[in-house]
Design a protein around this ligand. Structure first.
Ligand code: THU
Length: 166
């Protein structure tokens, strides 16, 4: 038996002022996207903004449903919208934030497991990493370059390929 340690890297910024202007703006658009959120059940409104390689920004927000699993997270709404509109354009980065009706979000809003898997697929499809920028209403900003920093040992397309049995 051996133990393998995996090194992940998370950037932390005390203020959005310390971010590059374009990234602070992307977070601002994620915050704006919250207005489109439909979250009567969780009362937790998430916004995401996706920057594409042509400079276009596509926003998304969480869309809930009385049949809970039928709803979708803000990140997937934004990515699926962007990729269905521009299938061949690369996703450069995604900014995520959220506001609750019941409390102030003070830590960065990190994507759920299913959204991480979708970000991983998008990276594989375009053969380029995606920068993920995360923030609450208050507090620090976290950013990572590539989903491997949020989803080590990701399940990938290669694992679906048959390998010959001996
Ligand atoms: N949600 C997102 O939209 N993105 C996340 O990263 C975390 C969770 C949504 C799903 C659901 O509508 C609500 O937040 C509470 O889980």
């Amino acid at each position: 038996m051996k133990i393998r340690n995996i090194n992940i890297q998370i950037e932390e910024y005390d203020h959005t002022d310390s971010l590059k202007k374009a990234e602070a703006q992307l977070l601002g658009l994620a915050q704006e996207a919250i207005k489109g959120s439909y979250a009567p059940y969780s009362e937790f409104h998430v916004g995401a903004a996706v920057l594409l390689e042509n400079g276009e920004i596509v926003k998304g927000s969480n869309q809930e449903n009385a049949a809970y699993p039928s709803g979708l997270c803000a990140e997937r709404v934004a990515i699926f919208h962007a990729k269905s509109k521009y299938p061949s354009l690369k996703v450069k980065s995604i900014a995520i934030t959220a506001a609750s009706e019941n409390f102030i979000t003070r830590s960065p809003i990190t994507p759920c497991g299913a959204c991480r898997q979708v970000i991983a697929e998008t990276e594989n499809r375009q053969n380029e990493k995606i920068r993920i920028i995360m923030k609450g209403q208050e507090g620090i900003v976290q950013a990572v370059n590539g989903i491997e920093n949020l989803l080590p040992l990701v399940f990938k397309e290669e694992q679906l390929k048959k390998s010959k049995r001996k």
